[in-house]
Write a protein that binds this ligand. Sequence first.
Ligand SMILES: CC(C)(COP(=O)(O)OP(=O)(O)OC[C@H]1O[C@@H](n2cnc3c(N)ncnc32)[C@H](O)[C@@H]1OP(=O)(O)O)[C@@H](O)C(=O)NCCC(=O)NCCS
Length: 239
Amino acid sequence: MAQNDQVVIRIVHLDARDAAAVASLHRSFITTGFLSALGERFTERMYRAILSCPTAFGLGVKDETDRLLGFIACAEDIRKTYRYSILLHGLSMALPLLRYLFRFSAIHRLWETFRYPSAVGEGLPRAEVLSIAVSPLLRGQGVGQMLLDAALNDLRNKGIERVKVAVGAANTGANRFYERYGFRLALTRQHHGEPMNLYVIELTGDNARAAAGPSARIESRLPGPSCSRCVAERPIAPR
Ligand SMILES: CC(C)(COP(=O)(O)OP(=O)(O)OC[C@H]1O[C@@H](n2cnc3c(N)ncnc32)[C@H](O)[C@@H]1OP(=O)(O)O)[C@@H](O)C(=O)NCCC(=O)NCCS
């Protein structure tokens, strides 16, 4: 039990039922990208596709009342994840976008988003951190790092050795976050008319923070069997 003004937060596996809450956090806190501008219904359907895809997964930060306060979404293989999402959820995702049918710039951006997996640099890993966000109430207390620990640990347990992440170059906080974690800048390219940094982290080898760190840290915090969806938990004092 947490003391005084502390709450216990848990890292849990998310599923399609969490899509609306994840989409709401995305739209509130990831304000720099194009996806946030595409409306609530699209974002929710996109996360429904991601969270039900066999080659993708999401982890969330929940408090004792089951409120979602942060999340991370990852693809083990970005091409397979896009293909699955388009084949099985494409129509449902396309319907909220019909209003953009006659807006050339939006169509162009959608096309660029659609082509993203094949357009990013050859030689970069197909495993990818798709998005991460932590409520401002919990920021600066290691929660983002905890989410990344747990996600990279999952990817490593699936046999994945390298993971990339794409971040708008203007998002200085997120760039710093990934650099502090140990991601290395692989290249910068234009995306939606803005520079986008592509970072890579190695999950194996001596220099990989994620190779030794997450499993040791996470395993020491594994909750009991009463919480089957939990990966880790710890007390925290919200701001
Ligand atoms: C990026 C984000 C997830 C970080 O979450 P967080 O819980 O505050 O991060 P942590 O407390 O685990 O920080 C880990 C490290 O990154 C650094 N860091 C995190 N956010 C930072 C920021 N805005 N500026 C500079 N450094 C930052 C921390 O200083 C810390 O470094 P340390 O190990 O030297 O102390 C959070 O700021 C956020 O939700 N941002 C908005 C959404 C977003 O831009 N997502 C990325 C694009 S998908």
